[in-house]
Design a protein around this ligand. Sequence first.
Ligand SMILES: C[S@@+](CC[C@H](N)C(=O)[O-])C[C@H]1O[C@@H](n2cnc3c(N)ncnc32)[C@H](O)[C@@H]1O
Length: 297
Amino acid sequence: MKKFLINEFYFCAGILFLLLAKIKSKALRYSPKAFSTAEIERCIEYDIHVADDWLKHLKEYASDYTIQDKHVLELGPGSDLGAGLYLLSKSVKKYTAADVYDLASDVSPDFYRAFFTYLREKEQVHTDLLEEELLKTRHRQNGRLNYECRSDFNLVEAVGGDKVDLIFSNAAFEHFSDFRKTIQDMSRVVASGSLLVVSIDLQTHSRWIRDKDPNNIYRYSDRLYKLFNFQSSPNRVRPWQYREALEQNGWKNIVIQPEMRLDDRRLNYFQDYLNPDFRDAVNQMNYLTVWICAAKQ
Ligand SMILES: C[S@@+](CC[C@H](N)C(=O)[O-])C[C@H]1O[C@@H](n2cnc3c(N)ncnc32)[C@H](O)[C@@H]1O
């Protein structure tokens, strides 16, 4: 009885959070981070951490691969282009960031000043050329650092004619409205032998309930969930579906690794109360965040 009541409580509480998220999406500008971009030091640390995590997973996946002289595409860069500048400082040839929201154009110049200071002092990087690239990007001129925002998220148009060698993404795939189309598009812009290294957050995104009931969004029927849908709602796509879409688009050696997991006790407590579509073991509901690495044929 207690188990039933607790699950009923989370069902009702989750609806409230979905409603709040929908109202917030209408009333406020989309906010990609859980903290403000005014927290400059924290944003810098975050960007460096995200990029270092990509490089770590890339190394584990393909130990001989080098990013030097490669064209990197980042999907959903969020509030700034710090990760891209960091990758360029590590000899990437070209970095293109594609997004549906133009979030990074009006980031404060103080952020980039502090970012370049960080690169000079902590990474011993000469930043003159990077600063020139950023200036060009801010004047909407393409070069080594490119930022392409399109409301249709058409990656083929965003990338143009130049082939991509490496795709990185952090906490963005779960927001793609049509993940099959995005995977199809990204597969068209990559060169043969390209690699994909992405991290995906599969959990409920609203704070508080995310800690208490990480799989809360999977409790609801499609019909009910769609009532609260907005452009960046978590899409509830499970790892097997990403695998299937990648395979269909010519990706191989697909490795899907959980990073955060739900412990067995909580999984068993909640699993029977999920929408039946998510109860089958194929959905791996114990996976809360995953890394996906793959190579294009
Ligand atoms: C949670 S933020 C993550 C941003 C950044 N990668 C980071 O780690 O801070 C999600 C990213 O996905 C983008 N995004 C949200 N909804 C999208 C959609 N429907 N299609 C494409 N991108 C979307 C956002 O603009 C943002 O860049």
